[in-house]
Design a protein around this ligand. Structure first.
Ligand code: SAM
Ligand code: SF4
Length: 482
């Protein structure tokens, strides 16, 4: 093993590859212009690509500037109150724009639209269109209706819609990595969560349409796909349309993963999100079998305390979660990247129970975590039945403790890469310097290294020489590790 010294980088040295998600400028003169701005999760970014495809069929081209737009869509998130506040602030700004250009049409799409329905029209007077996540095929009609000066609403939630036949238009794409939605909705009813109410019942998309989308992306030069769903491990597709005497064809998530991995060894496959109650050994063995399925699992715990998990209705306890972590390590090794979501200050959470979250984090040593203070969402089981009784400052203090511990663990996990060679898929130039390239390793960690003769889309072996809690830094090496 090649050794090197550890250098902890300052905050200023940290880097991430993420982009702000607004639509791009399409070069055309005679089309109406659509500006889409997406908030929230990867699923929303993926949905905006479906929206762009639907609107292209209605003769709209996308624009990157709201000043050039005939129609502005905000694809919104309702998961926490601050996500909704962000959209409200943005709407205020757009209100001024609309005063100057009365013909401008403004639509609110996605989870906030579904949660508030027509109430949104009363609260935000200049909104013309309210469209829930299952109504995107109807957007051209809604726009036409709004053009006549009427308010247009479709918040119907479907049990079947998967947009399987729509080829998304990639927005803000680096041309290398893409998201593919494999299912929609969620049937889990975690007590804190608004998703089952805003995105409806769980449904899985036809696997052959998923494989075809991934195959076309690879043919277009993409090298990585992330399969998206709220709970990918419960993906289950049954060919109900076959009338033959043959038994119905079934595909589960492990089988789908294999089908996508087999497209080409140079197409990396990621997925998100795994639910601890549903992940199977079959999925873990499939990950181990294929080098191109990335050794990384987003595995949200939410809390480290069994009583809190019960109140959250997560349907597993601390011991079950730890057993699953042990199984991941057993099958995929210590190297497997694991990340989590954690909520602090959920209803009735005591100080000792918060300590259990910290001790679970100590046990797992996550590579990365998304951490939130609990935010009560109207209409959820928690809002109806439980008291939001942890004071805001306590939630925030606990959150700070979780964040500080995670930062330490992210650094520790990144330090394990020091002196080792990582296979990196290059996503583009580094944000800070054009002389450097930026990509990700198998475990989803951002890696930065001098450009030399390498380019976007290359797989490059990089010797890691420095790290922060967020980034690995190194130098390309020619030698392929044994
Ligand atoms: N389906 C994924 C799962 O089960 O882990 C999560 C999807 S949700 C869009 C993303 C994360 O937001 C959740 O894992 C949870 O940590 C957080 N979240 C959801 N509702 C929340 C709430 N009311 N307050 C704070 N965080 C919340
Ligand atoms: Fe929300 Fe739970 Fe469904 Fe995730 S699994 S989307 S947290 S209800």
């Amino acid at each position: 093993m090649i050794t090197s010294t550890l250098k902890i980088l300052s905050e200023a040295d940290k880097e991430a590859c993420e982009l702000v998600k607004v639509s791009e400028e399409e070069l055309t003169v005679d089309k109406k212009r659509l500006f889409i701005e997406s908030y929230g999760c990867q699923m929303n970014f993926s949905d905006s690509e479906i929206v762009a495809a639907v609107m292209r069929n209605a003769d709209f081209a996308t624009t990157s500037s709201e000043d050039n737009a005939d129609v502005i869509f905000l694809n919104t998130c309702a998961i926490r109150d601050n996500a909704e506040q962000k959209v409200r602030n943005r709407l205020q700004y757009l209100n001024n724009l609309k005063k100057k250009r009365p013909g401008l049409i403004i639509g609110v799409l996605g989870c906030m639209a579904e949660r508030l329905k027509t109430k949104l029209l009363d609260e935000e007077k200049m909104v013309d269109i309210v469209a829930g996540p299952d109504s995107y095929r109807d957007l051209p009609r809604l726009v036409e209706e709004a053009e006549t000066g009427q308010k247009a609403v479709n918040v119907f939630l479907s049990r079947e819609e998967t947009y399987a036949d729509i080829s998304p238009i990639r927005l803000n794409s680096n041309g290398i990595t893409a998201y593919i939605s494999i299912m929609r909705g969620c049937d889990n009813m975690c007590s804190f969560c608004v998703v089952p109410y805003t995105r409806g019942r769980e449904r899985s998309r036809d696997p052959f349409s998923i494989v075809e989308e991934a195959r076309l992306l690879f043919a277009d030069g993409y090298k990585e796909v992330t399969l998206l769903g709220q709970n990918v491990d419960s993906y289950k597709w049954k060919n109900e349309t076959e009338k033959s005497a043959e038994p119905a064809q079934m595909v589960n998530f492990a089988q789908l993963l294999e089908m996508v991995a087999l497209i080409h060894p140079d197409l990396r496959v990621r997925f998100s999100t795994s639910h601890p109650k549903d992940i199977t050994d079959d999925v873990l063995w499939t990950m181990k079998k294929y080098e191109n399925i990335c050794n990384y699992i987003h595995f949200p715990a939410q809390s480290g305390n069994s009583r809190v998990l019960k109140v959250m209705n997560r349907t597993y306890d601390r011991e079950w979660y730890i057993q699953k972590i042990d199984r991941i390590r057993e099958i995929l090794g210590e190297d497997c990247g694991i990340s989590t979501d954690m909520i602090t200050g959920f209803c009735t959470e005591t100080e000792e129970e918060h300590q259990d979250t910290l001790s679970l984090m100590e046990y797992v040593k996550y590579d990365y975590a998304y951490m939130f203070a609990y935010s009560e969402r109207p209409g959820t089981p928690a809002a109806k039945k439980l008291k939001d009784d942890v004071p805001e400052e306590v939630k925030k203090r606990r959150l700070q403790e979780v964040i500080a511990l995670q930062r330490q663990h992210s650094s520790e996990r990144n330090e394990l890469a020091l002196g080792k060679i990582q296979k990196v898929l290059v996503e583009g130039p580094s944000k800070r310097s054009d002389a450097d390239l930026c990509g990700r390793n198998d475990q989803n960690k951002v890696v930065i290294f001098p450009r030399e003769h390498y380019k976007k889309g290359d797989y490059v072996y990089v010797l890691v020489t420095e790290c922060s809690s967020a980034t690995l830094i190194g130098k390309a090496v020619e030698a392929v590790p044994a």
